[in-house]
Each structure stands twice: as structure tokens, then as C-alpha cells.
Design a protein around this ligand. Structure first.
Ligand SMILES: Cc1ncc(COP(=O)(O)O)c(C=O)c1O
Length: 352
């Protein structure tokens, strides 16, 4: 266990003193036939039979099923209204506004910075190197006594590559705050997830999501994995019923479809490689960055114009050409075989 890490020393003072909200469903556990404790409508719901009841605040039934797939015990899991909610909870639990700071490594997922700004937390940017890997010396220099979180996105959005495992381990072993490893795209990656390392590092927080490989972006369900102590702090500050009953039910059902999800992952990886092969043939494509995710970053001549031309055709890509270090880059999500074929056809037409 990282001896450098003392959870108590990084929890915000107001959170340490907090008396969490206790729901009606937290206070009574057991069997009952008459529920008159939560001001619900006793007659039922116009929709599903149990929607007139508040959902389980800790989502135990769903977490038990996640445990079967991920191998992480339920008490080490927090669920959020998307992983974006979980990121926000990390700020609210550990970062004191106007005082603390966090480290992010651009170009990366934009929400870390936005969430920091909303919470009035300073963002220290340590850009990724030319090969889009971590600059460990730069990070060591940036860390000060008020640095509470380091955000690592691996595979990284929008560059697509995985970050070196040894570098993540170096940070885990030495950083006195929490290392957040965002694994939204881990299902598409050659790399192992860090969730196996939770018992090794008390300062590790891994986030994953149902929005990508699981095909449930519309439900809004994110997963956080960490020590029981970290999860308890986050549970104490989350909105009590943050995962609605419909999402809990549907995600529970979806978890029976592991083989379908694995098939989609294989197909996506296959399509990704086909797409790369087709794109390198285009004369205006300068570079395709190696991807471990379900998208690829492509550098091309006049990227912004290409983006606009494709919009005219009804094909929407993610224009990243104005982002520092990503000049003339477009991020392309890997679609179905048919979608990718059409994309390549439209791009080829531009080359004529
Ligand atoms: C790296 C990364 N993390 C998290 C998310 C958001 O996940 P969720 O839909 O669970 O909020 C995204 C979405 O694009 C992402 O790219």
C-alpha cells in the first residue's frame, strides 16, 4: 500500500465535518409490507410497476452484478450519472476551492478542466510529450502540497493511445494525492485495466463507463473503483438517489450481454484497422496516430475545411484542429462497416 498516501489528509475540512443526508431507505433495512416513509404515491406509477418508489441509493443489486464481471467487490464501487458525475464528486470531496490544484495532461478529455473550473480549482497543465506520453519530470515539478488529483486518461481521448503503465505506477507509488485513471476506452485496448491494482495502491481511482463499449451512452452510467475508504467519502456527498430506477433496471439487464459486447468490441477493432488502411491511401492525410480506442486521430491538410465539407454531406466528425498540439487533426469515431465505407468514399471524393 502506497505509504505516501494518507486519505484523511486530503479530504476537504467541510466534508470531514459533514453529516451526510440520510434517506428514508438508509434508515430502515429489512422486510416490510407498508411503506409510508418517503412521501411516495402509494397507488403506483403510470409506467413500470415499481417506479413510484425511490431507487436504492447505493444500487447494491446492480453493483453485485458488476462485481461478477469486474471482480471488484461492491463496496469498492461507486456509480455515477455518467463518469462525468464521478469526476465532479472527486473535486467536491478532495479539492478546496481557491486553494487546491489538480494536474491534467493536455491534449486530453476536456471535462477534467471544466469540472475543475466549475469547482474553482486551479488546473496545472503538464502537456503530454511529442509521442503523447506523460512528462514525469514536468509532473514532479508541477506537484505542490496543494495538488490533490492527477488525471490520467488511458487510452487517451482524443489521441487514442494508451499511456505507459510504468509511468502510471511511478505516479501511484510517489504521489500523495489520488491518481485518477480514466479508462472509458479500456475495452478497446491491448492494455490491462488498472482495477486489478486496487489492493496494491490506496491512492488509485479508476473510472469506467457504460457509455462506450456497452452501448449505453443514453442511460448515463459511470463506474468508479477505489478503496472502500475513498468510496465511502464519495458516497457521503453524492446526491442520494443519483442513479434512477430505470437506469438501474436497464443496466442490470444489459449486463447479461457480455458476449454481444465482446463481439462489438472485436468488430470495432477490426473496423478501426480497416479504416486506418483506407485513410492512409488518401493523399491529404498526413498522419494517423496509433489508437487503442474506438476512434482515431488523423492529421490532414486543411482539416477544418475537410470537417466542413463532410458536415455538408451529413457526416459529422470531431474537429480538433484548433486544439494545441493537434493542429490539423480530426478525431474520427469508428462506425459500422457501412458508415466507415461511406466516410472513406466522401473523403476520397474530396481528393479528386
Ligand atoms: C475519457 C472519457 N472519460 C469519460 C467520458 C464520459 O463518460 P460518461 O458518458 O460516462 O460521462 C468520456 C466521453 O467521451 C471520455 O472520452
Amino acid at each position: 500500500m502506497g505509504e505516501n498516501f494518507n486519505l484523511n489528509s486530503i479530504i476537504r475540512e467541510n466534508i470531514k465535518k459533514l453529516k451526510p443526508y440520510s434517506t428514508a431507505r438508509d434508515e430502515f433495512k429489512g422486510q416490510a409490507s407498508i411503506w409510508l416513509d418517503a412521501n411516495e404515491n402509494p397507488f403506483g406509477s403510470p409506467l413500470h410497476h415499481h417506479y413510484h418508489r425511490y431507487p436504492d441509493p447505493k444500487q447494491w443489486k446492480l453493483k453485485d452484478k458488476i462485481t461478477q464481471i469486474k471482480g471488484v467487490p461492491p463496496q469498492n464501487i461507486i456509480l455515477g450519472n455518467g463518469s462525468d458525475e464521478i469526476i465532479d464528486l472527486l473535486f467536491r470531496a478532495f479539492c478546496t476551492p481557491g486553494k487546491d490544484n489538480v494536474i491534467v495532461m493536455p491534449p486530453t478529455y476536456g471535462i477534467y478542466e471544466v469540472s475543475a473550473n466549475i469547482n474553482d480549482i486551479e488546473v496545472k497543465k503538464v502537456p503530454l510529450t511529442m509521442g503523447f506520453q506523460m512528462d514525469l519530470d514536468g509532473i514532479a515539478e508541477a506537484i505542490d502540497e496543494n495538488t490533490k488529483l492527477i488525471f490520467i486518461c488511458s487510452p487517451n481521448n482524443p489521441t487514442g493511445n494508451s499511456l505507459f503503465r510504468e509511468d502510471v505506477e511511478t505516479l501511484l507509488a510517489n504521489f500523495k494525492g489520488i491518481v485518477v485513471v480514466d479508462e472509458a476506452y479500456i475495452n478497446y485496448s491491448q492494455q490491462k485495466s488498472f482495477i486489478q491494482e486496487l489492493t496494491e495502491y490506496g491512492n488509485l481511482f479508476v473510472s469506467q463507463t457504460f457509455s462506450k463499449a456497452w452501448g449505453l451512452a443514453g442511460l448515463r452510467l459511470g463506474m468508479g473503483f477505489a478503496s472502500e475508504e475513498i468510496i465511502e467519502v464519495l458516497n457521503s456527498i453524492k446526491p442520494p438517489y443519483n442513479i434512477n430506477q430505470a437506469t438501474q433496471d436497464l443496466a442490470f439487464e444489459a449486463l447479461d450481454n457480455v458476449s454481444q459486447v465482446n463481439e462489438w468490441i472485436q468488430q470495432t477493432v477490426l473496423e478501426r484497422e480497416k479504416l486506418v488502411k483506407a485513410l492512409v491511401e488518401l493523399p491529404f492525410v498526413q498522419k494517423i496516430y496509433p489508437s487503442d480506442a474506438n476512434f482515431i486521430l488523423v492529421k490532414m491538410d486543411n482539416a477544418h475545411q475537410v470537417y466542413l465539407k463532410l458536415c455538408e454531406k451529413g457526416v459529422i466528425l470531431r474537429d480538433r484542429s484548433q486544439v494545441e498540439q493537434l493542429e490539423d487533426c480530426i478525431r474520427i469515431t469508428v462506425g459500422t462497416a457501412q458508415e466507415n465505407k461511406e466516410l472513406v468514399r466522401y473523403l476520397a471524393e474530396l481528393a479528386l
